[in-house]
Design a protein around this ligand. Structure first.
Ligand code: FES
Length: 105
C-alpha cells in the first residue's frame, strides 16, 4: 500500500491510499480523480494515463518497457520524466507523488 498524491492539472492535489498490486492509474480511476482517462483500462495502448514523476521518483518503480517508451515518445508534452500511470505498480512504497498531465480528452 502507498499514499499516492496526484497533482492535478488544475493545480489541486489529492492524496489517496492505493493497495499493493494496483497501479497509479487504478488509484486515480477508483477514486474518480480527474485527468487520467485510462481508455484502454491499463493495457498500455491508449496513453491517456500520462503522468510526470518528480525527480528521484523513478527508482520507486520498475523501468518502462519498450512498449511504454514507444507510446510515450509520441505524446504531446512528453518529457524525460513521463510515464504511463497504468504501468506504475504499487508495492510497499510509503509515499508517491505524480503530476497528472492533461490528456486533452
Ligand atoms: S491506461 Fe491505457 S495506456 Fe495506461
Amino acid at each position: 500500500m502507498a499514499k499516492v498524491t496526484y497533482h492535478l492539472p488544475d493545480g489541486e492535489a489529492r492524496t489517496v491510499e492505493v493497495p499493493t498490486g494496483q497501479s497509479v492509474m487504478d488509484g486515480s480511476v477508483r477514486n474518480n480523480l480527474p485527468g487520467i482517462v485510462a481508455e484502454c483500462g491499463g493495457s498500455c495502448s491508449c496513453a491517456t494515463c500520462h503522468v510526470y514523476l518528480p525527480a528521484g521518483a523513478h527508482a520507486q518503480f520498475d523501468d518502462p518497457t519498450e512498449e511504454e517508451l514507444e507510446l510515450v515518445e509520441f505524446l504531446e508534452g512528453a518529457q524525460p520524466n513521463s510515464r504511463l500511470a497504468c504501468q506504475l505498480i504499487i508495492s510497499d512504497q510509503d509515499e508517491i507523488h505524480v503530476e497528472v498531465v492533461d490528456s486533452g480528452l
